[in-house]
Ligand binder design. Structure first.
Ligand code: DON
Length: 560
């Protein structure tokens, strides 16, 4: 009953949920935005119980691991940028690591690249980082007892929650891929039949695992029963992760990357994600152009965006990897204004550049990750993105432990020298190695103006993530949109190779696309890009606006 009351509390107070149209959720005290309404509500209940933004973010992340199994997780990893109202901002890196037995050639079979090994097998599973990351961030900045942050997730897993239309559709789609894993089928279907909207989804093994985490902290995951169950599943399926790998896992504290865009400070995530570097390169290149003068959605604007993105993604391929392994990464040079000026000089106003396909091509990445943003009454701010990599990760539920394992090893390059036109890359900085972190694109970000947070945001979408974050920032800063409008506005993406300017369906006029073609762009339609969950703070700090992306179901901004 106590638990139920906790979950319902926000609804009984002056909580506002999203209204129709491009109107953000407005509130004065605090705001939690995530890709699931129940999870946002859990976060809001922590704030009501006098927790701070970190408590709310951690509790929301645990709840997402129960109610949004496609990306919410304890078996994956991610990044968190924290800006306290007082004191220095800090970033947490809880990216998965390669197990000790990993090697640059581990995705080859008899010398040939094997896609299944790379993306769809027990070998594709990285050592999970989420529980260590959430625990470390909480232990350094949280306020409420650890157990109280995990408790709502335990209750929802044990007592069940109602399957939404969005979850029912997503589970129905993934079930065929779970056939090889009986524990996954048992957890996510009714004896093989898909769940329907309105069914109750109960996850007892997951509740037990969460209880061990609640009792013992990170040790409840990385040692003892949970670690044993993970190792057993790895042995069963030919994976490499051992109990030693799990015990050795550490979440790291890193210094956020700092940039500036039109006088606004941009705090974002450094490597091993490429997201922050790509974001700052794009913003720096575009800063000297009159974007409002070009107009939102104009061919001129889209052309300049694409050219900035093309250059930033070429640098991503060339230089970036795990900073603890790649010692000569020129990150500060890449995000400098001077370097941006040299890139800007190479952009021609009405002519697309050409990406050189003889050097790099890109493998397909899937689209499931999730972001949450929290601001509390003191204006502490948390921006957190985490993932299992593909939707439902490896599709492997650890038998007896009830959670899905990631397939993040697929973010390492395929193998040495394997760059080819069919879609592989084999560059050095991001080859697999023991205990190395694979390169990411996640971009949790906080904008700061006059010493106050201005905008918190992030998104799923693999390589489209930094492009999505950059466009949402420009929509707010340059095109003066409110946060919901900025999220709703159509997006484009360019990632150097393949040399395509991708745009969202029905987002731009055919005449605009014709002009872009004339200027030499190969334009390519996609259904949708990203799912931004963001909070904007008014100039005087008095109002918060939450925006949740309608491109995906179930998200909610909950303000108070
Ligand atoms: O770390 C990365 O960049 C990818 N593994 C994230 C995957 C992703 O965003 C898929 N989501 N939409």
């Amino acid at each position: 009953m106590k638990r139920l009351a906790l979950l319902l509390l926000p609804l009984l107070t002056s909580t506002c949920l999203a209204e129709a149209g491009s109107v953000p959720v407005r509130a004065r005290n605090s705001m939690v935005v995530s890709q699931n309404a129940i999870a946002s509500q859990v976060g809001a209940s922590m704030l009501i119980a006098e927790g701070n933004a970190m408590d709310a973010a951690v509790a929301t992340a645990f709840a997402l691991a129960v109610v949004m199994p496609s990306a919410g997780n304890i078996g994956g990893g991610g990044f968190l940028v924290y800006r306290p109202a007082r004191g220095e901002p800090v970033a947490y890196d809880f990216r998965e690591t390669a197990p000790a037995r990993a090697s640059p050639t581990m995705f080859l079979r008899e010398g040939k690249y094997d896609r299944v090994r790379h993306h769809d097998s027990h070998l594709a599973v990285g050592v999970p980082g989420t529980v260590a990351g959430l625990h470390r961030a909480w232990s350094e900045h949280g306020n409420l007892p650890w157990e109280s942050l995990v408790e709502p997730a335990i209750a929802i897993a044990r007592e069940g929650f109602m399957v939404t239309d969005g979850l029912a559709r997503s589970l129905q789609k993934v079930l065929p891929e779970m056939q090889a894993h009986p524990a996954s089928l048992a957890q996510f279907s009714r004896g093989g039949d898909p769940y329907e909207m309105g069914d109750l989804l109960i996850q007892t093994d997951l509740a037990d695992t969460l209880e061990r985490i609640a009792e013992k902290g990170a040790q409840g995951f990385y040692e003892g029963t949970t670690a044993r169950l993970i190792e057993k599943e790895m042995e069963r399926g030919g994976g490499l992760i051992t109990r030693e790998d799990l015990k050795a896992y550490r979440a790291l504290r890193r210094t956020p990357l700092r940039g500036e865009y039109r006088g606004i400070e941009v705090l974002t995530m450094p490597p091993p994600t490429s997201g922050g570097v790509v974001l700052l390169e794009v913003l720096n290149v575009l800063e000297e152009f009159d974007l409002p003068g070009m107009g939102f959605g104009s061919a001129a604007y889209l052309h300049h965006l694409a050219e900035a993105m093309r250059r930033a993604f070429a640098d991503r391929a060339r230089y970036l990897g795990d900073p603890d392994f790649v010692k000569d990464m020129p990150v500060l040079r890449l995000v400098s204004k001077e370097y941006a000026a040299t890139l800007r000089d190479t952009i021609r106003p009405r002519r697309a550049s050409v990406s050189n396909p003889s050097t790099f091509e890109w493998p397909a990445e899937s689209a499931e990750t999730t972001h949450l943003s929290v601001v509390d009454s003191e204006r502490n701010a948390v921006s957190l993105t985490y993932t299992l990599e593909a939707g439902y990760g490896s599709k492997i539920v650890v038998p007896g432990a009830g959670f899905l394992l990631n397939n993040e090893m697929g973010d390492f390059n395929a193998g040495p020298g394997l760059t080819n036109a069919e879609g592989l890359i084999g560059t050095e900085p991001n080859l697999a190695a023991p205990r190395k972190r694979m390169l990411s694109s996640m971009t949790p970000t906080i904008l700061v103006r006059d010493g106050r947070p201005l905008l918190l945001l992030g998104s799923p979408g693999a390589r489209t993530i930094p492009s999505t974050v950059a466009q949402t920032i420009m929509n707010v800063v340059d095109f003066k949109m409110n946060v919901q409008e900025a999220i709703d506005a159509p997006r484009v993406h360019h990632q150097w190779l393949p040399d395509l300017l991708r745009y969202e369906r029905n987002g731009f006029s055919p005449d605009t696309l014709d002009i872009l073609r004339e200027w030499g762009h190969a334009v390519d339609e996609v259904d949708s890009m990203g799912a931004v969950e963001a909070v904007a703070v008014s100039d005087d700090g008095g109002w918060l606006e939450g925006g949740s992306d309608r491109r995906r179901p179930d998200g909610a901004a909950i303000g108070r």
